[in-house]
Design a binder for this molecule. Structure first.
Ligand code: HEC
Length: 215
């Protein structure tokens, strides 16, 4: 055999042995790593697992009485209930700007108009399809109702109407209440209520214009 062939074979064998060594080392390394417990196993309860440690057998502990979840402290009575000292209030908890009214109109058109219709007379499409008819917003009782009443009906529902509390945030409920006030005003508005320059414009654009009668 040629001497260079012998050294080649030896070199190959050495290489194979080294490769096995690497495999063996990493395998034991992995095994050993698997045996490390440190933080992997902890004495803890998974959610809702029972325990014998507490008398009631529950591993979760009840919250301390009076605990309020973060972000749910609702101390402002007017803002969150529509009431002041327990009575429905006619005051809005924040000043209503044009932006608020426009947001109120948008929310009203989404959530309320399907039944109450765009003008608030209570003949929306769902009513035309057979849902019990709500009263018009333009009856005296609702024109005289405090703004808090609208807030309260949206929040808690009333009779056949279910609550919208899950879909409409408190601030938006007030904006809708303000927009309903605007609808009520619009229904009974006279041409004399329109500011002078606007009135001139309106009359100029519509000769012989007569405002409609309230429903
Ligand atoms: C699915 C239909 C429906 C939708 C949508 C709806 N309502 Fe009503 N609403 C009713 C019905 C029906 C009544 C009458 C309830 C009754 O007296 O049984 C009513 C009554 C009312 C009243 C009169 C309460 C009273 O004192 O008589 C107000 C105010 C009102 N809704 C506001 C709203 C507002 C604001 C929205 C939108 C956030 C809304 N509703 C969405 C069906 C609806």
């Amino acid at each position: 055999m040629r001497p260079e062939l012998i050294t080649e074979r030896r070199a190959k064998r050495r290489l194979a042995a080294r490769a096995w060594g690497v495999v063996w080392l990493s395998a034991t390394g992995l095994l050993l790593a698997g045996c490390r417990l440190d933080m992997h196993i902890q004495p803890k309860y998974k959610p809702y697992s029972p325990t014998q440690f507490f008398d009631d057998g529950r591993s979760e502990r009840p919250v301390v009485p009076g605990t309020v979840a973060r972000g749910q402290l609702r101390l402002d009575e007017l803002l969150y209930t529509g009431k002041e000292n327990g009575a429905l209030s006619n005051r809005f908890p924040f000043p209503i700007t044009r932006v608020d009214l426009e947001r109120g109109r948008e929310r009203y058109n989404i959530y309320c108009s399907p039944c109450h219709d765009y003008a608030g007379s209570g003949r929306g499409m769902i009513i035309q399809r057979g849902f019990p008819q709500p009263p018009s917003y333009h009856i005296d009782r609702l024109r005289n109702a405090p703004a808090g009443h609208f807030f309260d009906v949206i929040t808690r529902g009333l009779g056949n109407m279910y609550s919208y509390a899950a879909r409409v945030e408190p601030e938006d409920r007030w904006r809708i209440a303000a927009y309903i006030r605007a609808l009520q005003l619009a229904e009974y508005a006279r041409i004399a209520d329109v500011p002078d320059p606007e009135r001139q414009k309106l009359m100029g654009e519509n000769p012989g214009f007569t405002p409609g009668q309230p429903k």
